[in-house]
Design a protein around this ligand. Structure first.
Ligand code: BMA
Length: 339
């Protein structure tokens, strides 16, 4: 068996439960899911698609909170154990670079990525149509918006947790403004987080039925000695709407537009009441992963049915074994991202 190792910090207090016996899947759910339930804050009906990071002695997170007026904004939450969360009672107040309040009209599907000592929030917002917004913070008290990386329309972006070949790297999924029935993952580079270019194609939807409509980045890529593990979402269409599952791929370490391996089977698909039933049924939408380099443990935070936050567990080794077993990377994956 080929061993894989996570590169990064140790996280001894990572939320964790043992893998149940007799499961054929590399990912298993936390037994007390969902960890965030309906009406979690006054004025907020649902929290889902949200991202977390280790911070000080515990955890911090940015949460997609659907307010009772129906508008999504990003709220800040803190937790000692990564499972029980306390939320601030009002949404995050973003400012521009001069310190003046600069709020998006709406904000959803945030990711939270730490690069050196700065935390970046990347989300979907309005810029003459759905597009990606970005902000940075070092203290989680002031949040400064920086330039929008891309033109509309684009509703899904994930930053790598470090520069590669001197550039910041972002995965995103160009789309239209609605509930887009298409979409591939692309990669863009920037020397300064302001000017983006070197756009490359990474991965398309596939002939695997669970991801035959569109795909999009999920958790920030996890660095390993074998490449970047990418936990993403794949969507299929049914007569009753879209179904969102989680998939996994392995990207080349120095040239991440090259997909070295890709599992033909999903790693998690809607099966439980909180994934199958809610505001939008049948959605598992991964947005963040905590990792422990010592044990290879990974805790995945995912939105459930656009209503709840769920927690699931895996290890780098289990994902890697699964990718090797079900690898379906073909010519278009293995090529250096086309342009
Ligand atoms: C996508 C995004 C997600 C949402 C999903 C399912 O297009 O809008 O926020 O979870 O649809 O509704």
């Amino acid at each position: 068996m080929s061993q894989i190792h996570i590169i990064g910090q140790k996280l001894e207090n990572i939320p964790w439960q043992k893998c149940p016996e007799n499961t054929e899947f590399p990912v298993w759910r936390y037994s007390e899911n969902p960890i965030i339930r309906r009406n979690p804050i006054s004025g907020v009906s649902r929290i889902f698609n949200s991202a977390v990071q280790p911070y000080e002695n515990g955890y911090i997170g940015v949460f997609r909170a659907e307010q009772t007026d129906g508008i999504p904004y990003i709220y800040l939450g803190r937790s000692a154990d990564g499972i029980h969360w306390n939320f601030e009672k009002d949404k995050i107040r973003f400012t521009d670079e001069q310190g003046r309040e600069f709020m998006p009209r709406y904000a959803y599907d945030p990711r939270l990525v730490r690069i050196e000592d700065t935390y970046y929030i990347i989300w979907c917002q309005d810029f003459y149509g759905a597009s990606i917004g970005m902000a940075k913070t070092t203290d989680f008290r002031t949040f400064t918006r920086i330039e929008n990386p891309f033109l509309p329309f684009n509703r899904n972006a994930v930053l790598f947790p470090r520069k590669i070949n001197h550039n910041y790297i972002m995965l995103s999924r160009p789309s239209d403004s609605g509930h887009t029935p298409f979409g591939d993952i692309f990669l863009s580079e920037s020397p300064d987080l302001e000017y983006w270019g070197h756009h490359r194609h990474v991965m398309s939807k596939s002939s695997n039925w669970w991801e035959n409509l569109k795909i999009g980045g999920g958790c920030a890529p996890i660095e390993t000695d074998k490449g970047w593990l990418l936990i993403y979402h794949g969507v299929t269409g049914t007569c009753n709407g879209f179904v969102y599952s989680m998939g996994v791929a392995l990207l080349d370490k120095n040239q991440p537009s090259v997909v070295l391996k890709r599992a033909s089977r999903y790693i998690l698909t809607p099966e439980t009441w909180y994934e199958e039933r809610g505001f939008v049924p049948n959605v598992c939408f991964p947005c963040a992963a905590l990792t422990d380099s010592e044990t290879g443990r990974i805790a995945v935070y995912y939105g459930c049915a656009d209503t709840y936050v769920g927690l699931a567990f895996t290890t780098a080794q289990k994902l890697y074994d699964y990718i090797l077993k079900y690898d379906c990377a073909g010519e278009t994956e293995l090529e250096t991202g086309k342009r």
